[in-house]
Unconditional design. Structure first.
Length: 100
């Protein structure tokens, strides 16, 4: 009977261990959405982007080679430092929408 108890206890500990380790690596935070203001503004400048708050009133109906909305989890300046061209922004996983 002691052997069954040890086996059950080991299974319980292993089960809880798996739950804890798997949930520790999930992300629940979302980044900040930024909208690219003008199609002729420099993409690498922070002033070309505005944070999205609440309901959006802007449209994304210009060239499809330009971004419209990105979601950045860190700082915008760090993101734009490594993604300083339209091609890099369009290829980045942070892109959420493009201009149609």
């Amino acid at each position: 009977m002691l052997k069954k108890l040890n086996l059950g206890l080991a299974a319980l500990v292993l089960g809880f261990g798996l739950i804890i380790t798997q949930s520790a690596f999930t992300t629940s935070t979302t980044g900040t959405l930024y909208h690219y203001r003008e199609s002729n503004a420099p993409i690498k400048d922070e002033s070309s982007w505005e944070p999205v708050s609440g309901a959006t009133s802007f449209s994304c109906s210009e060239e499809n080679v330009l971004p419209c909305t990105i979601e950045v989890t860190g700082s915008l300046s760090a993101y734009l430092l490594s993604n300083n061209t339209a091609e890099k922004v369009m290829a980045s996983p942070e892109i959420r929408s493009t201009r149609d």
